[in-house]
Design a protein around this ligand. Structure first.
Ligand code: ATP
Ligand code: MG
Length: 137
C-alpha cells in the first residue's frame, strides 16, 4: 500500500503542533507506520532537499530545518501522497486554503511547519533516507 514521508519541521515541534498534525492524519484514516523525533544534522537536510540546492533560499532552508528536532513520520493508505499534500496546503502559507495545515497554522514560507513528499517516487526515496532499514509497522 502507498506510503508517504511527513516531517514536522523544527518550528512545528517547538510550537507543540506534533499532536495536532498526527491527529489530522489519524482522523482522515491514514495509518501511522513510522515515527521518531530526530535531530539528524545538516547533511541529512542537504540530501533531503537536494533538488533545491540551486535555489537562493537553500542555505536558509537547511539552517531552518536543522534548527531543532523534527518529527519524522511514515503514513500509509490509499492515495496518501497526493491527499497528504492537499492536507498540508500550498508551499506558501498565503496561498494555503483555510482547513489545511499550513493554511491554519502558519504565515511564513520560511517557517511553514511541515514537509510532505511530492510524489510516490520522492516518498520512497525519503523513507529510505530517513528510516533506512528500520522496521516500519
Ligand atoms: P516541503 O518539501 O518542505 O514539503 P514544498 O514541497 O511545499 O515543501 P518546496 O518547493 O519543496 O515546497 O520547498 C521546500 C521548502 O523550502 C518549503 O516548504 C519552504 O520551507 C522552503 N521554501 C520554498 N520556497 C521558499 C522561498 N521562496 N523562500 C524561503 N523558503 C522557501
Ligand atoms: Mg517539497
Amino acid at each position: 500500500r502507498e506510503r508517504t514521508f511527513i516531517m514536522v519541521k523544527p518550528d512545528g515541534v517547538q510550537r507543540g503542533l506534533v499532536g495536532e498534525i498526527i491527529s489530522r492524519f489519524e482522523k482522515k484514516g491514514f495509518k501511522l507506520v513510522g515515527l521518531k523525533l530526530e535531530a539528524p544534522g545538516k547533511e541529512r537536510f542537504e540530501q533531503h532537499y537536494a533538488d533545491l540546492s540551486s535555489k537562493p533560499f537553500f542555505g536558509g532552508l537547511v539552517a531552518y530545518a536543522n534548527s531543532g528536532p523534527v518529527a519524522a513520520m511514515v503514513w500509509e493508505g490509499h492515495n496518501v501522497v497526493a491527499t497528504g499534500r492537499k492536507m498540508l496546503g500550498a508551499t506558501r502559507p498565503d496561498d494555503s486554503a483555510p482547513g489545511t495545515i499550513r493554511g491554519d497554522l502558519c504565515i511564513d514560507v520560511g517557517r511553514n511547519v511541515i514537509h510532505g513528499s511530492d510524489s510516490v517516487d520522492s516518498a520512497n526515496k525519503e523513507i529510505a533516507l530517513w528510516f533506512g532499514h528500520e522496521n516500519l509497522v
